[in-house]
Design a protein around this ligand. Structure first.
Ligand code: UT7
Length: 330
């Protein structure tokens, strides 16, 4: 029996207009542009300022753009899988809110929590619905309003993240392109090196959790950095080796944008030169689940049908992984 393959047939995005530059941050916390640029690669990030708009809004805008690009009616969508760590509400799922906003009334929709690997996990899940024949058209969305969980008095975290969303449409491939292989990993991080301490069932919101600033991102940057550098490089090399890909066979690395130094280490390990690496961390910072589809969006006009592309990410959980695909848009 021939195995079905899922391919990306459209890419949409949403970025808030407001920019928060390193120089703006210099006025807010004890930091400086040079430190941020050299340690992370970030120059500015986008912030969604409207208080009545959040993660679902951005995800819906990105999804609408992808559907328009392909000329697909929202009612044709069978499934929406959405990765986020900043859902509009703890429940219902942000994916259901997006479903309503875009009018995808025939789709079922759910969220998936895998932090910075959220898009990879969601893409692999969506692809399997296509591969099994259970769905014909799937929207995979990565969207995060990180500014809603940032402590803008903590210089170790507030400089890192930004807001944004990306979405791809998945359909069955008929030309050999599409998602070929995936390798995903998890390792429960009971030390909580990267997490939001309160707001969940273990530490529900109280006056104390608010006063103690426990509803914000906390990160032990140094230990996450070490794990991320190893994890992302190892899994990227693993996916190359098991698909017999030499560096010259890979057209693009699409890395999660957490830190330029982590991206460089991954590219080096894969034997790739800088020109083959998508980097937009300078403009958007770390948008968590949105980094990879935002790269695909920014580079979509440079991608050629059949290009071998490796997507790779590492994030809280810990979660990490890589997906190998052949670009399917002509
Ligand atoms: O996407 C999800 C996964 N997350 C990641 O992959 C992030 C992984 N971690 C990182 O990217 C890096 O660890 C950071 C960018 C967060 C930090 O860079 P670092 O090179 O690991 O710096 P550090 O934490 O070791 O701090 C070095 C120094 C410290 O001062 P002392 O102790 O040497 O005096 C910090 O207090 O830099 C200081 N520092 C700052 N200085 C200016 C920390 N943050 C800042 C800042 N501005 N914003």
């Amino acid at each position: 029996m021939e195995v079905k393959r899922a391919k990306i047939t459209a890419v949409g995005h949403y970025l808030p207009e407001d920019r928060l530059t390193n120089h703006d941050l210099e006025k807010m916390v004890d930091t400086n542009d040079e430190w941020i640029r050299t340690r992370t690669g970030i120059k500015e990030r986008r912030i969604l300022k409207d208080s009545d708009k959040a993660t679902a809004f951005m995800g819906a805008e990105a999804a609408k753009e992808a559907l328009e690009q392909r000329g697909v009616d929202p009612e044709e969508i069978d499934l929406i899988v959405l990765g986020t760590v900043t859902p509009d509400y703890l429940f219902p799922a942000t994916a259901c809110l997006v479903q309503k906003k875009i009018g995808a009334k025939n789709a079922f929709a759910f969220d998936l929590s895998a932090a910075c690997s959220g898009f990879l996990y969601a893409l692999s899940t969506g692809a399997m619905y296509i591969e099994s024949g259970r769905a014909k058209k799937v929207l995979v969305i990565g969207t995060d309003k990180m500014s809603s969980i940032l402590d803008f008095t903590d210089r170790t975290t507030c400089i890192l993240f930004g807001d944004g969303a990306g979405a791809v449409l998945l359909e069955e491939s008929d030309d050999g392109t599409g998602i070929i292989d995936q390798r995903l990993y998890s390792e429960g991080d009971e030390e909580c090196s990267l997490y939001q301490p309160a707001g969940g069932s273990l530490n529900p919101a109280t006056k104390e959790t608010v006063e103690n600033m426990q509803h914000y991102v906390r990160q032990d940057g140094r230990s996450v950095f070490k794990k991320a550098t190893l994890g992302m490089a190892d899994v990227s090399l693993e996916i190359m080796e098991r698909n017999n890909l030499e560096p010259e066979d890979v057209a693009w690395l699409v890395p999660h944008q957490a830190n330029l130094r982590i991206i460089d280490a991954t590219a080096r390990r894969m034997g790739l030169s800088n020109e083959k690496v998508m980097i937009n961390i300078d403009k958007y910072g770390n948008t968590t689940a949105a980094t990879i589809p935002l790269c695909l969006y920014d580079w979509k006009d440079k991608l050629n049908h059949g290009d071998n592309i490796v997507l790779a990410a590492f994030g809280g959980g810990f979660t990490w992984g890589a997906i190998y695909l052949k670009w399917g848009i002509k």
